[in-house]
Design a protein around this ligand. Structure first.
Ligand SMILES: [Zn+2]
Length: 418
């Protein structure tokens, strides 16, 4: 992991504006694809490693990584299943009800979800009587949705896909994209498709990890090869405007450790709300359009590494066991960037059966099923779900167990938190 001197340019065209003025802010080193879990007996280091570098576009302010692993290699077989946490279905139901009330979604209207995963969000629309359609590139999770009765197309969402949807189902009243909009290799084709598929007064609701939240939380672990772009309201608006779309409402929501929820329509169809002007003012006040902000962010990541590694070395010196609590994709970024391997974190435990028996790539921490035995402490890689975990682990904490959270600050929860 390296923080470069100012002025180093990445050899790339900006994913948003096409300019060649993208400056490197942090280089997390060559890393394997975080969701390509490996067999634990695979020879050391043979999994492919790719550059993981974050740049800031001085022209349009889009923060992005430069290296693209082809989408077919990342998204056609996917181990992340939305339904495995309790937090997400409840969040999606609340969001659906809010959208339905605000925009008058009625029985028979079409709701399309981009990157619909196992159908977790679309299932929450049942109350409305709307027709739903998911588009999911990963065959294995698309099948889970289909088996659960959620109509799902197994293909990549892009302009051609949207033309086919419109032909077969008509225009969409609502298009949603949660936790997927930063994944898009075909970024402009996707936005063009959304613009063509939306009904005249249709609304596109996008939830994406908010770059402002990443900066404030030092949540650099959101940087991985699947996440090509990191949005502020300003950079998202710059992208949408190129296709005649406009954000008319914007809020921050407490999901994935801080996300932006933007409501988007054809330019001029709905008045731009105060929420947009308020967020624009906040972003200016907080310097989210300035490269200096990202240089400070990079320095904070270095500081986090120093603190976390020192803490884990202390546990090791005291002969205490530490296991990772879950093996989320972002955990691979944190562990590989900081060089934390099995000597400091002996294993990861998971309830997602698709991950059990494999190992976190790069650092090769083995993933095992959650069962009886407990370590002295867990490293909570999915730190954004810490409240869910604290509630679930009261007995463990009361009995002397500890939960270590790496982000936003290195913090240990123990008996006092039970
Ligand atoms: Zn740009």
């Amino acid at each position: 992991m390296v923080v470069p001197a100012p002025g180093v340019k990445l050899d790339m065209a900006c994913r948003c504006c096409g300019g060649r003025n993208v400056e490197l802010v942090i280089d997390l080193g060559d890393q394997p694809h975080c969701n390509r879990l490996v067999r634990p007996d695979l020879a050391p280091g043979v999994e492919p490693h790719y550059p993981l570098r974050v740049g800031f576009c001085r022209d349009c302010t889009m923060v992005q990584i430069d290296h693209t692993i082809p989408k077919e290699s990342m998204f056609t077989d996917y181990p992340y299943v939305s339904g495995t946490t309790k937090t997400l279905p409840a969040h999606f139901l609340e969001t659906s009800k809010r959208i339905a009330a605000a925009y008058g979604v009625k029985a028979g209207d079409l709701v399309v979800d981009i990157g619909s995963n196992d159908g977790t969000w679309l299932k929450q629309w049942a109350f409305s009587g709307a027709r739903v359609l998911g588009v999911e590139a990963a065959g294995n999770v698309a099948k889970l949705a289909q088996d659960a009765g959620v109509p799902t197309w197994n293909r990549f969402f892009n302009a051609a896909c949207c033309a086919d949807i419109r032909k077969e189902h008509g225009p969409a009243k609502v298009i949603t994209a949660a936790g997927v909009f930063f994944h898009l290799e075909e970024l402009h084709s996707v936005v063009e498709g959304i613009a063509s598929l939306l009904d005249q007064d249709g609304v596109f609701v996008v939830q994406a990890i908010y770059l402002g939240g990443m900066v404030e939380n030092t949540a650099f672990d959101q940087v991985y090869h699947e996440h090509l772009c990191y949005y502020t309201l300003k950079s998202l608006s710059a992208l949408l405007a190129q296709h005649g779309l406009e954000v008319f409402e914007a809020t921050l929501v407490d999901i994935h450790g801080g996300s932006i929820e933007a409501h988007v329509t054809r330019k001029g169809v709905r008045p731009v709300g105060d929420s947009v002007r308020a967020m624009q003012a906040q972003e200016i006040a907080k310097g989210f359009g300035e490269i200096e902000t990202y240089r400070t962010f990079a320095a904070n990541v270095l500081d986090l590494r120093k603190r976390l590694v020192a803490l884990l070395e202390g546990y090791k010196a005291a002969g205490k066991s530490v296991w990772a609590y879950g093996a989320p994709a972002k955990g691979a970024t944190l562990l590989n960037s900081f060089g934390i391997g099995p000597d400091l974190v002996q294993k990861a435990v998971e309830k997602n059966a698709m991950k059990v028996g494999l190992a976190i790539p790069g650092v090769r921490i083995p993933i095992e099923a959650e069962e009886g035995a407990r370590p002295d402490a867990y490293l909570v890689l999915a730190w954004n779900f810490i409240n869910e975990f604290l509630a679930k682990e009261k007995a463990y904490l009361a009995g002397g167990g500890e939960l270590i959270v790496p982000i936003p600050k290195v913090k240990t929860y123990g008996k006092a938190d039970a």
